[in-house]
Design a binder for this molecule. Structure first.
Ligand code: NAD
Ligand code: UDP
Length: 331
């Protein structure tokens, strides 16, 4: 008897997936969350388990996906997302970006559902165009360590467009730029949890390379709003969603030192292979098509995120995975 719209969210127990679950629950949807917990955690969504309009399937979406009943929307967010994660599980990363999206698109076709896929600024590789517009085709090394992620995401976009043009499936593609916020895994190796974790444990902050490479960090609530608008728009080509406020990694480390009040210093380590030198989204399309732009400044977003990390137990804080990047470092 429920009139609720039904949405399948893959990667639902991850950082972004869990925030998307919250948003669609808040909007009154019936949320079907799916995740195999390879990099995500049930803790991120356990507060939703008591709701009658929320269900969870522990399933690997690279295998055939069965969902009973009708479906209106599918958000495909399942994929390892941090360089450490996809270096550790490269084959699963390639599979979820290829077999996983194929299963999602097949399911969408069968259920007449609209699909939105999580693509990434990594499709631009180490970009020669700055800031990155959606028209730029990128500079990706397919056989480098990041190739497993970047090429999976590029294939995912191609497969999605093919299902749109050949089968008429309704599709949307979001290219997400570095996003942060509560529920990031402290040990996923991404720069923000790495720096905050180091500050909280009283370790020096590890800047890779000379720290002159740039990133542009978007707070998770802004990203979720952009995704929500894109899903409900009629635009089928990729749209960048990110915050154009660009900063060098060395300056970012200083910001974290100030934020946390740590007495530790910055130490420099080798730069991983193919680490993009600069990254900033051109968000003209998002502004014009979705009427979207980020609202949360880095200082506001970092404060909320720091409060979250501070609330973690000592045990969680010390669960650090010192992954060895050495064999990938050439410069
Ligand atoms: P995350 O690791 O926190 O979440 C990914 C989730 O996908 C995890 O819960 C993991 O267990 C699940 N998953 C992985 N493989 C799976 C499989 N085969 N079957 C079922 N579940 C599987 O990472 P995140 O930051 O939340 O990223 C989510 C999505 O957004 C990814 O597709 C990522 O590529 C994309 N993205 C994120 C960012 C960012 O800055 N966070 C930037 C660009 C793109
Ligand atoms: N980085 C760093 N120290 C760390 C982790 C990351 O200097 O402990 C750098 C990394 O080399 C990159 C940037 O921070 O230049 C962002 O890295 P992240 O892994 O967060 O994401 P990326 O944007 O590279 O996918």
């Amino acid at each position: 008897m429920s009139e609720r719209k039904r949405i399948l969210i893959t990667g639902a127990a991850g950082f972004l997936g869990s925030h998307l679950c919250d948003r669609f629950i808040k909007e009154g949807y019936h949320v079907i969350a799916m995740d195999n917990l390879i990099t995500g955690r049930l803790k991120n969504i356990e507060h939703l388990f008591h709701l009658e309009n929320f269900e969870f399937y522990n399933h690997d979406v690279s295998k055939f996906i069965h969902v009973p009943g009708n479906l209106d929307y599918i958000l495909h967010f399942a994929s390892p997302a941090s360089p450490i994660d996809y270096l550790k599980i490269p084959i699963q990363t390639l599979k979820v970006g290829s077999l996983g999206i194929h299963n999602c698109l097949g399911l969408a076709k069968a259920k007449n559902a609209r699909v939105l896929i999580a693509s990434t600024s990594e499709v631009y590789g180490d970009p020669n165009v700055h800031p990155q517009t959606e028209e730029y085709w990128g500079n990706v090394n397919p056989v480098g360590p990041r190739g497993v992620y970047d090429e999976a995401k590029r294939f995912q976009e191609a497969m999605t467009m093919a299902y749109h043009t050949f089968h008429g499936v309704e599709t949307r593609i979001v290219r997400i730029f570095n996003t942060y916020g509560p529920r990031m895994r402290l040990n996923d190796g991404r720069v923000l949890p790495a720096f905050i974790g180091q500050a909280l444990r009283g370790e020096d902050l590890t800047v890779f390379g000379d720290g002159s490479q740039t990133r542009s960090f978007c707070y998770v609530d802004d990203l979720v709003e952009g995704i929500y608008r894109l899903l409900h728009s009629d635009y089928v080509y990729p749209v960048n969603i990110g915050n154009p406020d660009e900063i060098t990694i060395a300056d970012f480390a200083e910001e974290i030192i100030k934020l946390t009040g740590t007495n530790q210093k910055v130490i420099y380590k080798d730069l991983p292979v193919d680490d993009p030198k600069q990254r900033r989204p051109d968000i003209t399309k998002a502004r014009e098509i979705l009427g979207w732009e980020p609202k949360v400044s880095r200082s506001e977003g970092l404060k909320i995120t720091y409060d979250y990390f501070k609330s973690l137990s000592k045990q969680e804080l010390n669960e650090v995975d010192h992954y060895n990047f050495d064999k990938y470092i050439i410069r």
